[in-house]
Ligand binder design. Structure first.
Ligand SMILES: Nc1ncnc2c1ncn2[C@@H]1O[C@H](COP(=O)(O)OP(=O)(O)OP(=O)(O)O)[C@@H](O)[C@H]1O
Ligand SMILES: [Mg+2]
Length: 247
């Protein structure tokens, strides 16, 4: 999928509810504000909710594309700063495991997109065939992990399966909902120790986002926290991560 200078990043996790969609949408906002042309693919094909984070209700979605009724440009909706969103929809269980033919339609449509700087792919939690597929076609894999012990063990499991099924070795870790950077680093070291021992993979530390009440407040109001709380701790931390991505 990496044809042009654009960076493709798939954001994935073991456990659900760790903040993937929240990170993808706000990261796109920060990158967009920074004049980086950015796409979001909602790859949570059966419970997608990227549109909700933007307070939108798109008329068409990825199902219309995959079933041949619409082209990719006909389903794209535009968010703030020209962010382009390829929406999914809730409640389409039949897309929870794409067939080879559906994958081909999707991949060739993504390759038709106009030039971009970033293409961010938000996946559902866990290790379904779709999750493995979207990670396999993306240059960069980000794993979101929280201090919850279940999130840490599930992250390890996801890394292991993605490595075994796709041969990928490089994984980037974002620690979310942490108290401070010390906690983020201790989670990262924890993952590093186990994976060094049992897997032939490289884990890179991308940064952390603190637990921040303004994130929840913004989400409830269907607002982006990076937009509505530009000075809150979570926004400052995500800006740091975005700066790493563009440099
Ligand atoms: N840093 C944070 N501080 C406080 N709350 C957060 C933080 N990050 C995410 N949240 C909250 O956690 C909840 C889950 O976030 P989100 O929907 O982005 O998770 P997800 O990983 O995409 O979930 P799923 O696996 O169901 O797709 C949301 O209510 C969000 O506002
Ligand atoms: Mg999500």
């Amino acid at each position: 999928m990496e044809k042009r200078r654009g960076k493709t990043i798939t954001i994935t996790s073991g456990k659900g509810g760790v903040g993937k969609s929240s990170i993808v949408t706000n990261m796109a906002y920060i990158l967009g504000a920074n004049k980086e042309s950015t796409y979001i693919v909602d790859a949570d094909l059966s419970l997608g909710n990227i549109d909700i984070f933007f307070g939108m209700s798109p008329k068409f979605n990825i199902k219309d594309l995959i079933e041949g009724r619409k082209t990719i440009n006909e389903i794209i909706v535009e968010g703030p700063h020209g962010i382009k969103i390829i929406p999914a929809t809730s409640g389409i269980a039949e897309l929870s495991s794409l067939t080879d033919e559906q994958r081909n339609i999707l991949l060739s449509s993504l390759q038709e997109l106009a030039e971009y700087d970033f293409l961010l792919v938000d996946t559902p939690a866990g290790i379904s065939s779709n999750v493995i597929y979207f990670n396999s076609i993306s240059k960069n894999i980000f794993i979101v992990v929280t201090p919850d012990p279940a999130s840490i063990t599930d992250s390890y499991a996801v890394i292991k399966v993605l490595h075994n099924k796709t041969g990928r070795r490089d994984f980037n870790i974002i620690a979310n909902m942490v108290k401070d950077e010390a906690e983020a680093l201790s989670i990262y070291k924890n993952l590093l120790t186990v994976s060094d021992q049992f897997l032939n993979v490289y884990l890179d530390y991308m940064g952390y986002i603190p637990i921040d009440a303004n994130v929840r407040l913004a989400t409830k109001k269907q607002r982006l926290w990076a937009e509505h709380y530009p000075d809150t701790q979570a926004t400052k931390a995500l800006i740091k991560i975005c700066n790493k991505l563009v440099s």
